[in-house]
Design a protein around this ligand. Structure first.
Ligand code: MD3
Ligand code: FE
Length: 213
């Protein structure tokens, strides 16, 4: 029996071919995830990257793992070093990698060992316009995303930018595994609505795990 207002916010939801929302999967680990995040962002602080077109992204980003995703005027890429510090990115905390592997396995992808964890910080109003994730060398592996803090409206489109996206609410502790036919779907995040989350205040943090190499 569930006492949620909307059934699709209480249960695991198959989003499309190869994509599944694991509602609340990361919730038991939220304190451990946030504790592990502290030293990561101390070594590699959140920053607003610039797109190749010259726009400052409203989402602030950092990374941990063997490589990190970066954008600047010359393009998008995975880089072994943080361009701000010129040091390697902080190592991926075990609690991050273990969670990503367990979530992928739950969705049917065995042995998911991501090299990259992109950490996205949303403040009220921050958004991510529709895009595809195509900078990874391995496009067969799924992407695992973990939502923490304020809820967001995720836009899940199709193979073409013009395909009308579905709107899916992602809340604290939700984990989404995107694989198979969904791996190359256009997707984005609607401007974050203001609010206060008990653990994260006026923020949303999304961890995105990828096989980048
Ligand atoms: C669907 N981040 O960093 S994660 C990104 O909430 C990104 O911060 C969003 O899109 C965020 O590139 C969404 C969920 C996600 C990630 C990759 C996908 C959804 C995806 C790839 C294909 C389809
Ligand atoms: Fe993306």
């Amino acid at each position: 029996m569930n006492f949620e207002l909307f059934e699709d916010e209480a249960t695991d939801l198959p989003l499309g071919e190869g994509a599944v929302v694991l509602r609340g999967f990361a919730r038991p680990l939220d304190d451990a995830l946030l504790a592990a995040l502290g030293p990561v962002v101390e070594a590699a602080p959140f920053r607003h990257l610039v797109t190749p077109g010259g726009w400052r992204m409203s989402v602030a980003m950092t990374n941990c793992g063997r490589v990190g995703w970066v954008s600047d005027r010359s393009g998008y890429r995975y880089d072994r070093v943080d361009p701000e510090s010129r040091q390697r990115w902080p190592a991926m905390p075990a609690v991050f990698g273990d969670l990503a592997a367990r979530a992928a396995a739950e969705a049917g992808f065995a042995d998911f060992a991501p090299e990259a964890c992109l950490i996205n910080l949303y403040s009220p109003g921050a958004r991510l316009s529709l895009h595809q994730d195509r900078d990874e060398a391995n496009l067969d592996a799924p992407i695992v995303s973990v939502s923490l803090g304020l809820p967001a409206t995720f836009l899940f489109g199709g193979a073409k930018r013009a395909d009308q996206p579905r709107r899916v609410s992602l809340t604290h502790g939700d984990v989404v595994v995107w694989g198979g036919a969904s791996r190359m779907a256009y997707h984005g995040v609607a401007p974050l609505a203001d609010g206060v989350h008990p653990l994260l205040g006026r923020r949303r943090i999304n961890l995105t795990f990828r096989k980048a190499l």
